[in-house]
Design a protein around this ligand. Structure first.
Ligand SMILES: [Zn+2]
Length: 181
């Protein structure tokens, strides 16, 4: 694998983060302690209250420890209620994300052909990440972002869902709450 191909592949991680930021930059920001997060019984995409499905959403990864040969990476898995119609849309978007991601990997292989066959070729997978992120983000209603052991952040597309989220959170007695607009 050439140096140019390796650097380009690593740059794709930044491109994917930029794509996600751009797509959600006008959405409302919600920050809260993980123990206090209560999601409303409302679909974040179409605002239907007929939520029968749960979609697993992941917060951004964070490094919690550094070992000699490995890093410890942690994230939060959050079950978000969705209606069945929107779950189907997200399933379709995942399929489109895989196809466009694979096409991007193929295009990168043609433009920056591998010079040798080794495990480094796995880096070419990174070329598919921006297309996958774009395809799986554009219709979402909630996107989780940076998190720590004591705080989760999320971007919310619809103001109505944001209000329901605040109301659901307030419905449970809590000692400490952080909400940023
Ligand atoms: Zn829906």
């Amino acid at each position: 694998m050439s140096t140019l191909a390796a650097f380009s592949a690593l740059a794709m991680v930044g491109v994917a983060a930029a794509v996600k930021w751009y797509m959600t930059r006008r959405w409302r920001l919600f920050c809260i302690s993980p123990n206090e997060l209560v999601l409303p019984k409302m679909c974040p995409m179409c605002l239907s209250t007929n939520v029968t499905e749960k979609i697993y959403e992941k917060s951004s990864e964070r490094q919690t420890a550094d070992y000699v040969i490995a890093r410890r990476i942690e994230w939060w898995n959050i079950q978000v209620p969705h209606c069945s119609a929107c779950k189907k849309k997200l399933d379709t978007d995942h399929a489109i994300g895989f196809i466009t991601g694979a096409a991007s990997i193929g295009a990168a292989g043609l433009l920056l052909p591998p010079t040798e066959f080794s495990l480094l070729l796995l880096c070419y997978i990174l070329f598919g990440v921006p297309a996958y992120v774009a395809a799986t983000t554009w219709r979402k209603g909630i996107v989780f972002g940076p998190s720590s052991s004591h705080q989760i952040s999320a971007r919310i597309r619809h103001p109505e869902y944001f209000q329901s989220l605040v109301a659901a959170t307030h419905s449970v007695p809590q000692k400490k709450r952080v909400i940023a607009l």
